[in-house]
Design a protein around this ligand. Structure first.
Ligand SMILES: *Cc1c(COP(=O)(O)O)cnc(C)c1O
Length: 811
């Protein structure tokens, strides 16, 4: 237990003001919305995309009384019941506290770094070891400077082993993480191409990542990734790979019925066993885990037995459409306080249904720990739920939860028997349970069926991309997110809820209908409509949608309508045409516009904007500059003419990056938000949409046979052909036929064969190992795919048919 006074001492502070020296602190928080035990929380005013000092007030109102700040907060000055610690750097203070706590831990700390597979290795080791050991693992994606510190803070003496994941994006970060984690045992998964923009070479990236293990006693790694020259001689290197010298040597691997049959040599013993995976990455992760288990003293037969129980992971929470107009949040993979909190935060973001239901299972250790029960009660009582469905022992303490209705079931079976009686409809349901409860059976019963092709939307990536662009604009510049055309194909309220939660300033749709859908989904942000139509004026007013006004004719129609409805001061967005020549007032029409606006009180200019035609194209920079100049002149005239100011905006994604002088008061972020990099940022953006389908049938065909309509796919060799469930009706363009399109199966690219059919197409899988039912990634590289058929990524994304089910992931 830490008191605020002890924390002050740990941080060696001279500047502080403490009202209650004995205040116990158990939780470190940095988001005022995520406070569970306010009196025991210490709020860190971190400065990231937003300044945490601006939220001190909110945290106080929620009951927090202890704060770490790096500048004077006038609000706190007025209070006498607060503990305020003043530091030079808030994140640094949080980290120093975490290190102090870390050093009290007597068990073994394992640090995991590498480009890919960190979370999988962490989770698998957790599964393999926790059969007979107490293992702590850093929650989900807590692998950053902040995440690692928070993970360490939750470490307690009850554990034997702690598995901590470390992720970096820039040089210099790993040294900091090393001093935080101080792992005795290191695991390096692999080195790939992700995040290379900040590193000169693969070598530089590798040596940066290896810094995590500077002080470690042992390092586990593949010999193809790390050799003895690259690490200090004090470190015992345990390698796996295909070399004679490797501790765990892979002698052969063969595809088998269940997955892959591996033959390995370990300490002169040869073992052959099957694992339920096919892809190369999983096999490497298996070898990593095997080596680590050997280090922890397990015998080969023990390890092999445990490895066979491993299952592929679905670690991310999924949002999908449920029966009877419900939305399901499926997080049936694990249940502990940290991950429950993440899922509940996500539930809180969902505004599409007023009713929210939580289906929750018992948790490991809950029956015996009063402290855990209390924390869980705290979390639940601060969550607004219409009802909670509890699966597990009938605990007395649950009665204390007076804020919501609780239905109790002793087992998942019991709940499944009575599922219909719950009458789930028009609500958001969070399904959160430990693996042993097999809640996937509930999810299966409540999910709308799909036909095997899904578009996966990674909401964390969307959020990452948003932060990336937000960091590129000054604080006072507003951000408008373009969610037209179903958010470039990725969804409506599902994406908009996240944007609203992330406090973007404006949303933009193309048509009034799209805006209505967002309003029905609980979106209260201001919404601009780009192509309003006079038939939809009533709708605009009813749903508070703000039209783009682009011509005198349109303006007059709208004014007439407002007058008839006795409305005044309705917000409009004036569009200037500075060179696009699509919609908008030409510069020579601005005088007439001013005159009209001055005569009518029915409308008020909320913003004035123009659209750049080639902001991403260096060859057209003179033209872009000309557009910006024209805009600047016209907007000055308009502002002077109407006599009040309004929001000015010009920049789309490429201009945010390339034209900082065109940020004005607001930017309009589109394609970059969805992870498509039109500006060569070298992998700074994260992929948001992944279109996946499955193999329905595989057949071996002799040379000279043909595949598909019109006999276009002529086989020039004996071939294996796979039929997949995606066709042009799903948005897979016919131009991708006859080898132009390439899909990815088990990490390998394969071309199409023959023409693309309406609902299916065929792939040449002769050179790779596949089986029916395998999943296929349709656009492994959307930039390349769009080039291959002479279009742009925008078109491929928005053409993905609405019959393709969207599933949203969040971690
Ligand atoms: C679509 C659109 C944008 C966004 O463009 P991106 O290139 O996707 O960032 C911005 N402004 C207007 C007017 C648009 O129609």
């Amino acid at each position: 237990m830490y008191t605020i006074d002890l924390i002050r001492e740990v941080l060696e502070l001279k500047s502080y003001r403490i009202a209650d020296y004995n205040q116990q602190i158990t939780e470190l928080v940095y988001d005022s919305r995520k406070v569970n035990q306010p009196e025991h929380s210490l709020f860190f005013a971190l400065t990231a995309a937003r300044d945490g000092h601006d939220f001190v007030n909110d945290a106080y109102l929620r009951g927090v009384r202890s704060f770490v700040v790096s500048k004077n907060v006038p609000f706190l000055e007025t209070l006498s019941d607060v503990n305020v610690l003043i530091v030079a750097d808030v994140l640094d203070a949080l980290q120093r506290l975490a290190v102090y706590h870390r050093l009290t831990f007597d068990g073994t700390v394992v640090g995991i770094a590498g480009s890919n597979g960190k979370s999988v290795v962490k989770e698998w080791l957790f599964q393999l070891l926790s059969i007979d050991k107490k293992v702590y693992q850093s929650p989900k994606s807590y692998n950053s400077q902040l995440g690692v510190a928070l993970s360490l803070w939750n470490l307690t003496a009850q554990y034997d082993i702690a598995l901590i994941e470390a992720g970096i994006s820039e040089p210099g970060e790993m040294e900091r993480l090393q001093s935080l984690i101080q792992p005795e045992v290191g695991i390096f998964t692999n080195i790939g191409l992700a995040h290379s923009q900040h590193f000169i070479s693969k070598q530089a990236k590798l040596s940066e990542k290896l810094k995590l293990f500077q002080q470690s006693n042992v390092l586990i790694a593949g010999s193809k990734y790390v050799n003895a020259d690259q690490v200090s001689s004090n470190i015992k290197l345990l390698q796996w790979g295909e070399e004679e010298s490797d501790l765990i040597q892979l002698l052969s691997q063969q595809p088998s019925g269940k997955g892959t049959e591996l033959t390995i040599k370990s300490k002169d013993n040869i073992h052959t066993f099957e694992v339920p995976f096919r892809d190369r990455a999983s096999i490497e992760n298996i070898l990593t885990c095997f080596t680590a288990m050997t280090y922890f003293g397990y015998t080969e037969p023990q390890i092999i037995e445990r490895l066979q129980q491993l299952r592929p992971l679905e670690m991310r929470l999924q949002l999908k459409k449920g029966i009877a107009n419900s939305s399901l949040i499926d997080d049936s993979y694990s249940n502990d306080l940290a991950s429950l909190q993440i899922s509940l935060d996500f539930l809180a973001q969902q505004n599409q249904h007023p009713r929210k239901t939580l289906i929750l299972s018992d948790m490991e250790g809950l029956s015996s720990s009063e402290k855990l029960q209390e924390k869980l009660l705290g979390i639940l009582s601060r969550t607004s739920l219409s009802r909670m469905i509890w699966v597990g022992p009938d605990y007395q303490w649950l009665d204390k939860l007076s804020t919501t209705t609780i239905l109790r079931f002793a087992s998942t079976e019991d709940l499944l028997h009575q599922l219909e009686t719950l009458n789930i409809k028009d609500e958001t349901v969070l399904i959160k349970g430990g693996r042993a409860f097999r809640f996937e059976q509930i999810v299966q019963r409540l999910t709308l069926r799909s036909h095997g092709t899904v578009l996966e939307i990674n909401l964390n990536a969307l959020s990452h991309n948003l932060m990336h662009y937000r960091a590129m604009i000054p604080n006072q510049v507003k951000l408008m997110a373009m969610v037209k055309a179903f958010s470039y194909g990725s969804g409506s309220f599902e994406v908009a809820n996240l944007l609203q939660f992330s406090k973007v300033d404006y949303l933009t749709v193309a048509f009034a209908d799209e805006g209505v859908e967002l309003r029905m989904g609980g979106i209260s942000l201001p919404i601009m409509v780009l192509s309003p139509d006079s038939d939809t004026f009533q709708t605009l007013l009813q749903y508070e949608l703000e039209p783009e006004v682009y011509s005198m004719r349109f303006l007059n129609q709208f004014l007439d309508f407002l007058k008839a409805n006795k409305r005044e001061g309705y917000k409009i967005h004036v569009k200037l045409d500075t060179g696009m020549h699509r919609l908008g007032f030409l510069p020579n029409e601005v005088d007439e516009l001013i005159e009209c606006l001055n005569q009518h009180k029915e409308v008020k200019v909320q913003s004035c904007f123009t659209h750049l035609v080639a902001s991403g194209d260096a060859d057209q920079d003179d033209f872009t500059q000309h557009q910006i100049d024209t805009y600047t002149n016209c907007v000055a005239k308009l502002e002077a003419g109407v006599g009040y100011s309004f929001i000015k905006h010009v920049a789309n994604t490429s201009a945010i990056v390339r034209w900082p002088q065109a940020h004005f008061d607001m930017v309009r972020l589109g394609i970059g938000l969805y992870g498509v990099d039109m500006d060569n940022g070298n992998g700074v953006l994260e992929k948001v949409s992944t279109l996946r389908t499955t193999i329905t049938q595989i057949k071996d065909l002799p040379k000279t046979e043909t595949v598909g309509y019109d006999r276009k796919g002529v086989l020039t060799r004996d071939s294996t052909i796979a039929t997949v469930k995606i066709g042009y009706a799903d948005g897979y363009n016919r131009k991708f036929g006859n080898g132009i399109g390439k899909m990815k199966i088990n990490n390998q690219l394969v071309p199409t064969v023959g023409t693309i059919c309406m609902d299916m197409c065929m792939l040449d899988v002769t050179d790779i190992e596949v089986k029916e039912g395998d999943t296929v990634e349709v656009f492994p590289d959307i930039m390349q795919a769009s080039k291959d058929i002479g279009t742009i990524p925008y078109e491929l994304l928005v053409n993905i048919s609405s019959r393709v089910k969207r599933v949203y992931y969040f971690e």
